[in-house]
Design a binder for this molecule. Structure first.
Ligand SMILES: *Cc1c(COP(=O)(O)O)cnc(C)c1O
Length: 451
């Protein structure tokens, strides 16, 4: 390590508090510092290169330092970086809204901007609640899936079902009804039975409490942070039917699944589902700048119209709402989706991942492999037959990902689930290299790691 790296690391360990990181381990451990990037590679302060295997936490789309996006941001900088959307309009946020409305499910017509996935979800929950309130109906409960993840603010944690992250905060949260997620690997029965079990619990809750429930919120098709739980086909559609039948709203949190991850632009498209509210963030600016949107139907929007003293206004906003630089990056990204026909190029990449997953599934300690489009998870277990997990403290997933990093692949696991989430625009040869490193590490290093 060079002198500059050592000095920066000293400062980092002295002053920075990293998210989702046990800082005692961090401060005691060997760390690297990302300094720049080229295409699909991250480069550290010592010049080492790593394939960005998790899209810089699931948000990068076209790679790094993409000339078209760089130019769009630079040219926007020459005009204006930011002005408020509170009672004032701005060119780029209008242009982006126009482009988004053309590609999202056709019932969605209104765009509310914010700056992260968590805020997009907060806004969805508050809109759902106030939509009923403005019509004279008090509904303040939500239904969510167990092990769901919708962000880290108090509202989105309230509808989050990940015990590890969320249970500590339970006393601070509003009460939510949770439905067991349809997770075939952890269910004693067929995928169809697994799905029906979840749907039956949801329907019972809707029958019993429907009059108090504003919305059902779900991550469509894939529960990302839960460890890439892939729902059986038809689940999303069935949830849409249940919510219609019981007259509650459906919120689809496409923060992780949006922008090509599942093989289509949005996960909802796979089952031709039109949610009442949709949340987008992560990939929206191709991983360049913080931006999020909450989309709604015209019917929901109309419930907020009235004279000022009817108090139907949606009193919510963030300072950097609809930031012009971020909108410029998002527009450039959508143009690249069209120009490079990204969605059309996804199926051979998904097939390549599937081919490797089949090989990997036969390895010792690999309990389950699951995939939806270019998003996949490999669950490592101590006992394959009994599906028994490793004890949490052993950090097997983290150790395996460290071993991959030494081979030039940047990864971050979810517990003992190895996440495969490359930028969707990655080329086939580089994707193959990435998958080779994963296969090789699971074949050779897993045995070595104190097992
Ligand atoms: C990452 C994520 C969020 C939170 O997004 P942030 O931008 O990190 O706040 C919300 N929902 C889902 C499904 C996510 O994967």
């Amino acid at each position: 390590m060079n002198e500059k790296t050592l000095e920066l690391l000293r400062l980092d360990k002295k002053h920075i508090w990293h998210p989702f990181t046990q800082m005692a381990d961090w401060m005691a451990g060997e760390q690297i510092i990302i300094d720049r990037a080229e295409g699909f590679y991250l480069i550290d302060t010592d010049g080492n290169r790593y394939i960005d295997g998790i899209s810089s936490l699931w948000c990068n789309v076209h790679g790094h330092c993409v000339p078209e996006i760089d130019d769009a941001v630079k040219s926007q900088l020459g005009k204006i970086a930011h002005s408020t959307l509170l009672g004032l309009a701005q060119t780029k946020s209008i242009e982006l809204a126009g482009k988004l409305i053309k590609i999202v499910p056709s019932n969605l017509s209104r765009v509310f901007y914010s700056d992260s996935g968590a805020t997009a979800v907060e806004i969805a929950l508050k809109i759902a609640y106030q939509y009923f309130y403005n019509r004279g109906v008090k509904r303040y409960k939500f239904i969510a899936l167990g092990q769901s993840y919708h962000g880290d603010t108090i509202g989105s944690v309230s509808v989050g079902g990940m015990e590890l992250f969320h249970s500590i905060f339970r006393p601070m949260l509003f009460e939510t009804y949770f439905v067991p997620p349809p997770h075939p690997y952890r269910f004693a029965g067929s995928p169809a039975e697994c799905m029906n079990h979840s749907l039956n619990v949801m329907e019972d809750l809707l029958k019993k409490h429907g009059g108090n429930i504003a919305a059902v919120i779900i991550e469509p098709l894939v529960q990302g942070a839960a460890g890439m739980i892939v729902h059986p086909c038809g689940f999303l559609k069935a949830v849409r039917e249940l919510t219609r039948k019981h007259n509650v709203l459906l919120i689809c949190d496409e923060v992780a699944t949006g922008f090509g991850r599942t093989g289509k632009m949005f996960a909802c498209e796979h089952e031709k589902v039109e949610p009442d509210i949709m949340c987008l963030a992560k990939g929206i600016t191709a991983g360049y700048l913080p931006l999020a949107v909450t989309l709604t139907t015209e019917e929901i929007f109309n419930a907020f119209l009235g004279r000022i003293d009817e108090f139907k206004t949606f009193y919510h906003g963030h300072t950097y709402t609809g930031n012009a630089l971020a909108c410029a990056a998002a527009i450039a990204s959508l143009e690249l989706f069209e120009k490079n026909k990204i969605i059309e190029t996804l199926s051979p990449k998904a097939a390549l991942i599937e081919k490797y997953l089949q090989k990997i599934s036969g390895l010792p300690f690999v309990g389950d492999v699951r995939r939806c489009g270019l998003t996949a998870g490999i669950e490592l277990v101590e006992d394959k037959a009994a599906k028994r997990s490793f004890p949490y403290g052993r950090q097997i997933g983290a150790k395996i990902c460290r071993a991959m990093r030494h081979k030039g692949l940047m990864m971050r696991p979810l517990g003992d689930v190895i996440v495969i989430m490359p930028p969707v625009a990655i080329d086939l040869p580089l994707l193959e290299r990435l998958l080779d490193i994963i296969l090789e590490t699971l074949e050779n290093d897993l045995k070595k790691i104190e097992i």
